[in-house]
Design a protein. Structure first.
Length: 100
């Protein structure tokens, strides 16, 4: 999976990028092994950090999932957005599976 990480009004550090790539790869792979890309955008507005995660799944249905969160800690903002994203992925995966 290709992971694109960018920041607005801040400079992403190497440790943040490594953390984001590892968490995304480990968690998204549980639901979609063929996920094409994920785009993570961080933004700082006053004292808060905003995290936006967009994942394009690889099942051919051309679905993309978007989750946003904010917090005073950039890592916590990312984790909150990731939790929302994983909930969406889990629900979509359940709809794809046949329950016979």
């Amino acid at each position: 999976m290709k992971c694109i990480i960018s920041g607005h009004n801040l400079n992403n550090g190497k440790s943040l990028e490594a953390y984001v790539e590892k968490k995304l790869h480990d968690n998204v792979e549980k639901y979609f092994h063929d996920a094409v890309t994920s785009i993570v955008t961080f933004e700082k507005v006053k004292n808060d950090f905003y995290a936006n995660i967009e994942v394009h799944e690889g099942t051919g249905k051309k679905q993309h999932f978007d989750a946003k969160a904010s917090d005073k800690n950039i890592y916590k903002a990312f984790n909150l957005a990731l939790d929302k994203e994983l909930k969406q992925l889990r629900r979509f995966k359940d709809r794809l599976d046949t329950h016979h």
